[in-house]
Design a binder for this molecule. Structure first.
Ligand SMILES: [Zn+2]
Length: 189
């Protein structure tokens, strides 16, 4: 009877949804990576997969604006394969959705720094670092022309702010995905 759930947990569902739009290229490494069988989805393909990704995104959006951005920043790929074939191409290009999310979160994170003079570039760098980009804080401070201890103080405040946003969004979206029977309810299993 309960055949509706497709994913073992909310992590798998969100990863699927935020990668989905980027795997149109059949046979590309991402396309292979996201074959349903490797993701725990039951026979997702074509339109059904797109519809499912859309449903999951819609649930994620209901965690609020900053919450949704934090889920994109956590689950969307930072970069995508590029097949442009130009000599200068590294084979990858930035994922604009991820870039935009960390940029907006960088703007919003000014709230965590009330009373401090802050540097937007530093804030965005701290957000990118929080969401897994390899950035050394000392190097970032140097690039932004701020003292290392200032960068480190701002990093602490912004990371705490982002953790609050992200954990609130996570609680909301995982409940909603279970209620929508997109994700298994482990308590009920
Ligand atoms: Zn390219």
């Amino acid at each position: 009877m309960n055949d509706a759930f497709l994913f073992d947990d909310a992590h798998a569902a969100l990863s699927f949804a935020f990668h989905y739009a980027h795997r149109q290229h059949v046979g590309s490494p991402l396309g292979k990576l996201w074959k349903p069988s490797s993701e725990g989805g039951k026979g997702l393909s074509g339109v059904d997969g797109a519809a499912q990704a859309g449903m999951i995104r819609a649930e994620a959006e209901r965690s609020g604006h900053s919450g949704y951005l934090s889920l994109i920043a956590r689950y969307a790929p930072k970069r995508l394969r590029c097949d442009c074939g130009r000599a200068c191409c590294s084979g990858y290009r930035a994922n604009e959705e991820w870039q935009e999310s960390v940029a907006v979160l960088g703007d919003l994170s000014i709230r965590a720094l009330s009373g401090c003079v802050s540097n937007r570039r530093l804030r965005v760098g701290i957000v990118r670092r929080y969401f897994g980009e390899r950035i050394k804080l000392a190097e970032l401070a140097g690039l932004c022309g701020v003292a290392e201890n200032t960068a480190s103080a701002h990093n602490g405040k912004i990371a705490r702010y982002l953790r609050e946003i992200e954990s609130a969004a996570w609680l909301i979206v995982s409940d909603r995905l279970i209620s929508a029977e997109i994700v298994k309810n482990e308590q009920a299993a």
